[in-house]
Design a protein around this ligand. Structure first.
Ligand code: CP
Length: 348
């Protein structure tokens, strides 16, 4: 692989990058992490460079890890609230003197900075599944600088990189690792599918034994499931779907239980725009919680993961998330390291 093949690239989904490229990102992230830990400065890597960050949704980890990462690399991350600029919008969604066409925003920011990152899902695109991803792709089409996906309605690729880096650090291998991505109950029915979809893509790409567990009605995108099956065939792992949380947890090396929205919440043709039905599916599955009793089913060396924020007492008990198997804060820290790696590679 040519070492400068990353320069100028967008990072919208792991599906656009090869396994070799993703492994290189993990290597660079670990290298930066270790060297930073012994006091090495990295501010020579992206000196005076600017990352524009457009957040349509709230964030703790993503915003702060990108800001801290750009500071450490010698540049600056600039926060943009879409309601305080002219809200970037696609043709057909424009409102005079309130929005600005994505193609114009992308080309303006390309004249001033070095990358554009975007978070958008759910209400800002009126729960049209894929609408946010389409907008980010449109940014990428028009921008002359890299566009980075900070979570859309389909993918959260930086979270997935942090997830697999954490598995690599904790378990030392991907081979033979049973990775269980499980739905878990939350009082909120509004969490996007991006985290589970990107996590199973990453795990399957790394050749893990991937199990996706969820109640009926919580199905993920068929394209993502097909990609996971293809990666499993190609890279020597496996991919299965279970509708039983306990069965899925048996012998797992990684369990990653979190809520995501039910299919009926999306507008047709993907869903039914039916919030009542969505709520009923959630209410029928309150026993999908990660507790100490279920953790007894997993491998003795197995770990508990969550992207955070977690809904304590619903998705997971305090005993588990604060317990010895939990790696959630290492996982959160790894957001910083994988993002520094990708930005170092694409923004040079
Ligand atoms: N995991 C994650 O993306 O966290 P934030 O929503 O806080 O950015």
């Amino acid at each position: 692989m040519k070492t400068d093949s990353f320069r100028g690239r967008d990072f919208l989904t792991l599906l656009d990058w090869s396994k070799e490229e993703v492994e290189t990102v993990l290597d660079v992230a670990l290298d930066l992490k270790r060297r930073y830990a012994i006091g090495e400065r990295h501010d020579h890597i992206l000196p005076a460079k600017t990352l524009f960050m457009i957040f349509y949704n709230q964030s703790l980890r993503t915003r702060n890890s990108f800001e801290a990462g750009m500071t450490q690399l010698g540049g600056h991350a600039h926060y943009l609230d879409p309601s305080k600029i002219y809200t970037p919008a696609l043709p057909g969604k424009e409102v005079a003197y309130s929005t600005e066409r994505v193609s114009d925003v992308a080309r303006v920011l390309s004249r001033m900075g070095d990358a554009i990152s975007i978070r958008c899902y759910g209400d800002p695109v009126d729960w049209v599944y894929g609408g946010a991803h389409e907008m980010i792709r449109n940014f990428a089409y028009w921008a002359d600088i890299p566009v980075l996906n900070m979570e859309c309605d389909k993918y959260h690729p930086f979270q997935a990189l942090a997830d697999i880096l954490t598995v690599k650090e904790k378990l030392g291998t991907f081979k033979g690792v049973k990775f269980v991505m499980s739905w878990a109950y939350s009082p909120s029915v509004h969490k996007p599918r991006a985290v589970p979809q990107s996590a199973i893509i990453a795990a399957a790409m790394m050749g893990m034994e991937v199990v996706l567990a969820h109640p009926k009605g919580m199905e993920l995108d068929d394209e993502v499931l097909d990609a996971c099956r293809n990666y499993a065939n190609r890279y020597g792992g496996s991919f299965e779907i279970s509708h039983d949380m306990r069965e899925a947890f048996q012998g797992a090396h990684v369990v990653y239980p979190k809520a995501w929205c039910a299919t009926p919440i999306f507008k047709p043709p993907v869903g039914e725009d039916d919030h009542q039905k969505t709520q009923e599916i959630f209410d029928a599955n309150k026993d999908w919680i990660c507790d100490a009793e279920k953790m007894k089913l997993i491998d003795p060396e197995g770990i508990y993961m969550h992207c955070l924020p977690a809904d304590r007492s619903y998705e997971v008990t305090d005993e588990v998330i604060d317990g010895p198997r939990s790696v959630v804060f290492d996982e959160a820290e790894n957001r910083l390291h994988v993002q520094k790696a990708v930005m170092s590679l694409v923004m040079r």
